[in-house]
Design a binder for this molecule. Sequence first.
Ligand SMILES: [Zn+2]
Length: 535
Amino acid sequence: MLKKKLKMTLMAGAGLSLALTSQAVLAQQYDYILDNGTVVDGSGVAGYVADVAIKDGKIAAIAKEIDLSKAANVVDAAGQVVAPGFVDLHSHVDRDALDNAGLENNLFQGITTALAGNCGGSPLDVADFAEATKRKGLGHNVGLLIGHNTVRRAVMGNVDKAPSDAEQQEMEGLVAKAMNDGAFGLSTGLKYLPGTFADTNEVIALAKVSAQHGGIYTSHMREEGADLLKSVAETINIGDKAGLPAHISHHKTVGKPNWGQSVESLKMVDDARAKGLDVTLDQYPYTASSTTLTILVPSWAMEGTREDVRARLDDPETRARVKAGIIDNIRKDRGGDDPARVYVSSFPADTSLNGKNLAEISLQRGRTTSVEDGAETLMELVYEGGGRGVFHAMHEDDVKRIMQHPYVAVATDGFGPTFGENTPHPRNYGTYTRVLGHYSRELGVLTLEEAIRKMTSLPASRMGLKDRGLVQQGLVADLVVFDPETVAEVATFEDPHQYSVGFSYVFVNGKAVIAEGKRTSEMGGEFLNSNHQSD
Ligand SMILES: [Zn+2]
């Protein structure tokens, strides 16, 4: 409950004009007091009951009792958790932040900062993006990584070859410019085009540029299925050789034959850390992933333009080779060994396919639900322009094991969907609330304090944000207030466009973007420049 504080005017006597009342409010020492909540401060220590005061965008005071008459607004937080705002290390909001700048899907799950530009894809011009966000406003804070695929495509196009010396230098120059403009590091998507055509040394050289500017290296690795462990080794090696923190994005093991590999992959991370290497990870809490449908197509077949791809599919001999590769990927990798586990989430050429799986679409097109026929149907969809999919191909035991690792942060891998449009992965709406509700409260996979640490101080420190990620006096007032008994995700795979529940207040830079459980008109966020983070 928000109570406008009028105590000072009452003390000053009756009959004061409205103008005087607002002057009295302006004179208040604090903008807000979050009264009597359980502070879970993000460090992992046990929660404690206290009042938290906000003034001018900062956490001004934390104490057992703060005089409520000193605040313009008092939030009754009794029975609720007061925690740092959540920091999403793995975001793609750069795709839509300029269109859907409010980012409500994220605000309702407690996100106050997102690091975008992941998986090798980012705006090429970081300064341009920063300027545009200033014009549009942002619901929450956004920082950027510079994407390797973006840089490589700009310099070399979508081709399967090694860069010349001049091309390598040009790519390094673009990374350096992005870092000077405030990027937090380099991201790769070595599973995707054209990054998949790069060898490890090319990436090490680019990561060194990030290192020179104090940046990090994040990776959607080359493989997350049969060759997962080789890819973990490559990521650790890149961090080691380039001399910077290495971060494994959305850690998972896809494909039935590969389930259980997280035991070994996490051990490799532990071993690297024991040797002094700075390796961390993130994860979204679902057994399904989401990406482009062409992830099932061998990368050699996707080189060049859309017309090049179509020409390969028009040639019977090449088409047969493409099909064999897709069948392999459905059987052993992201297809989960069943076309019914591959859902279309957005298909621009025919939106009636959104939400349908590959087996259903095969039947619609006069085929069977077999893997072979699923591959035929997928080739048709690629021919028709492609789209995005949701792939149910992970095991719950791996999800839980990864979640419990102390250096795995919670992250969405989400973007800023237009509400009601297409059938995106529910992680866009329910990642943090699913960890708090389902995995922490219901299953006990994490304590509440540990879950919040993985959402706050761990990711904030990975970004080098020294003034966010903890409830501590003097830090930025990115804060959330939620009911630990009811916080939950509502979004489902069938019906994803549903905001999470449980948050009564979300503050971004001291501004209430959610108040009394409802979105306000505030655009509290700002572009975070890595070079402007306080020491
Ligand atoms: Zn990715």
